[in-house]
Design a protein around this ligand. Sequence first.
Ligand code: ZN
Length: 148
Amino acid sequence: MSSNQLFLIPDVPEYAPNQSAARQARDFLKSVLPDADEVKSELNDALIFVDPGANLELVACPQCGRNAGKWWGEALQNYRRNGAAAFVVVTPCCGKRTSLDGLHYRPTAGFARFVLSAHNPVRAITRKERQQLSRLVGCNLREVSAVV
Ligand SMILES: [Zn+2]
């Protein structure tokens, strides 16, 4: 059986809210999704890839729009092995510099230190709720919806 995961990550990958802001955001998410299996927040030392799992349809170059499926997986592995130094890549398709976070993912995916998540959220959050969460965290949040 598959399960669903809702992730909310800052627009700015390195952004890290303080503990009280993180707690308030988690508590608010818990209050709007009372039927979720688990709601939590985590702060990682390094940027981690927050992806839509089986939902991921496409990864594309942000410069020329070409499909990045051929090289992107290797670039991600390289980042996992070598860390920050491998976060910026030169696209093989058109030779432009971008970060792994700057690639186009469909549906939304991204890199983050701070991750707010709800396991089996039962319903989607509204735009208003996301704006409220963004205010609590202090940074605009992106929504990543995953099937795991
Ligand atoms: Zn390109």
